[in-house]
Design a protein. Sequence first.
Length: 212
Amino acid sequence: MVVIPAINEKDFESVKSRIGEAQNFGASWVHIDVADGSFTPNRTWNNPEELKSINNNLSVSVGAHLMVLEPEKVLKNWIEAGVKRVIVHIESLKDINFIKQQCDMSGVELVAAINPDTPVEKLFDNNIAIINHFLILAVSPGMAGQKFNESQIEKIKTLRLKLPNVKIEVDGGINPEIAAQIKRAGADIVVSSSYIWNSQNPKEAYEELLMV
């Protein structure tokens, strides 16, 4: 199982500290939650210029989870900040072709995310077919520390059955038991925030998830 530590913080010093910790325990990726307070009930750190200032010194690749109302308007700033992948929500997309074109031109991986209450069938739309990597968000967008929504297991199974060759990533409420369930359901990647960072030893928690 591929494990990506998620960073959900309100200030850049905390983001930078988490990135450093993830590098130290050997993560190859980090996933930064970007919540705008409109698409989400909360607001997180949200300054790509600050990320750009440290990007050249990072040994870990950074992905930005854009939980925002208009990802098209902020996409360029995050690409210029040096992120290697961008996660956008189908619920807030207006022009998926524009986003895909911008990502392809910059060599940035594009991931389409879906909220817990959105039917998985929305991912089978022809407009979404240009994407081959999906994120199932198993909690309401925005806040860290929420409990995994068990109904998302069936969504993972359906997506894997319908689109057997895509990458499936799951984010929200992940612990080793949940990771094992979603792996059996067909997921390839888990994203974890609270289980890793709230542990007494984040490195051990990360490695525990890797062993699932």
